[in-house]
Design a protein around this ligand. Structure first.
Ligand SMILES: [Zn+2]
Length: 194
């Protein structure tokens, strides 16, 4: 089982930053991805980033890289959410996780474990309904990949309070820990059911 971490957009992707320019999504998600990879490798879990480059790598190329591992992998794509176009502060806030429209049971189970980990850390989890801890959306990277796949929106880069939290050491550790706990609990269940 290979854990694949996608850190989303590249350096030159336009508009992917906070209104004050302090948080750049491509840089932030790479920092979190490195922390997650290090944390999982410490536990002996086989983990890698699928986009080591700083530049934007197309979705089709990212899917191709993921699919070289077949079904014996899981993909977690790390992002920060935005409500507006990045030019002004908005009000939406919180953490959320998505699966694709054609998501497998395992994708949903992975999303559920991640959301449960977020709830354990007492962060605001945005829900699609009171009972449902994850969202379903038309997401190329989740739908075209053959392994279980989720996309995580780690708070809003155009919400002032969320950005303060994201940029703090506490916030970075919290997001890293949510991802580590969710992935680890998914793997435990997966191995138990094998
Ligand atoms: Zn994004």
């Amino acid at each position: 089982m290979k854990i694949l971490i996608d850190n989303g957009h590249g350096k030159e992707t336009p508009g992917k930053c906070s209104p004050d320019g302090r948080l750049k999504e491509y840089a932030y998600t790479r920092e979190i991805a490195d922390r997650v990879v290090a944390g999982l490798q410490d536990k002996g879990v086989d983990t890698m980033r699928i986009v080591p480059e700083e530049e934007d790598v197309s979705l089709s190329e990212r899917v191709k890289r993921v699919n070289t591992f077949g079904k014996e992998a899981i993909l977690i794509s790390i992002h920060c959410n935005a409500m507006g176009n990045g030019s002004e502060w908005m009000s939406a806030h919180g953490w959320s996780v998505f699966v694709g429209n054609n998501a497998s049971m395992n994708s949903k189970w992975l999303a559920w474990q991640l959301a449960q980990a977020a709830l354990n850390k007492k962060v605001k989890v945005r829900r699609s309904s009171p009972q449902n801890l994850y969202w379903t959306a038309n997401l190329y990277i989740c739908q075209k990949t053959n392994c279980p796949a989720v996309l995580v929106e780690n708070f809003f880069q155009d919400n002032k309070d969320d950005v303060e939290f994201l940029l703090s050491e506490e916030g970075k550790q919290c997001i890293t820990d949510i991802l580590l706990e969710g992935i680890t609990n998914y793997l435990k269940e997966y191995l138990r059911n094998m």
